[in-house]
Ligand binder design. Structure first.
Ligand code: BG6
Ligand code: MG
Length: 218
């Protein structure tokens, strides 16, 4: 059988954690008298913790000291982790297990490709870690999405050429990273936001076994 590398982003693709990032950043921004909309939040998706805070500060026209910056990043993560601590497998997004299990049955290599430094904890919490042949997350990269580094490392670990890799992403930055890596990009979410992806689906319920077969055999 043909082998392709299937690379999954985590937040907003496998689990419904994008909302927790949003809540935690929004509360932090409010404490600095900065407001940002859900539309602006799209620009934070897929973006590393450091770059997210830089963007929020720029929106609010604020400059802070390095010490304060570090403190705020810690605060945001603390709040985010308090949501994660309550998480269960119920927060796995619809049909993600079906797609992962279909790929495993078809002996396709699977990797995580996430910007999050909390990725491993989350995969363990929702009991999906064992489904992955490789995990690449925010601890493994020196350049954040939209840089393709995270996906290129995943391809290497899976021993699959980038052009034979397929990336599932819910973020603009992640779709750009996949496209730059020369991989097939599949947007999960809103077509109006993820228009640069080669395919866009609302969620995994729209991804049929036929489509998966097509990806494997093309
Ligand atoms: C991405 C999220 O997956 O990870 C971003 O889409 C987040 O919102 C980034 O900022 C970094 O995550 P963490 O868990 O390391 O703060
Ligand atoms: Mg994401």
């Amino acid at each position: 059988m043909n082998k392709k590398g299937f690379i999954f982003d985590l937040d907003g693709v496998i689990v419904d954690t994008a909302k927790y990032h949003f809540l935690a950043w929004q509360r932090l921004a409010k404490s600095l008298d900065i407001d940002f909309t859900e539309e602006e939040n799209e620009q934070l998706k897929g973006v590393s913790r450091v770059h997210s805070l830089e963007k929020i500060l720029a929106w609010g026209n604020k400059t802070i000291s390095e010490a304060q910056f570090t403190e705020l990043m810690g605060k945001k993560n603390e709040e985010y982790l308090s949501y994660i601590a309550e998480m269960s497998s119920d927060e796995i997004l619809p049909d993600v297990p079906r797609v992962l299990e279909t790929l495993i049955e078809k002996q396709q290599p699977i990797s995580l490709g996430s910007a999050s430094k909390n990725a491993r904890i989350i995969l363990e919490r929702v009991a999906l870690k064992k489904h992955f042949d490789a995990i690449v997350d925010g601890n493994d990269v020196s350049k954040a999405k939209p840089d393709p580094e995270v996906f290129l490392i995943a391809a290497k670990l899976l021993n699959i050429k980038p052009k034979d890799c397929i990336v599932f992403e819910d973020s603009v930055a992640g779709v750009e990273a996949a496209n730059t890596a020369n991989m097939i990009s599949i947007g999960i979410g809103n077509e109006a936001v993820l228009g640069d992806a080669q395919y866009v689906f609302k969620d995994f319920t729209e991804i049929s076994d036929d489509f998966i077969n097509k990806l494997i055999n093309n």
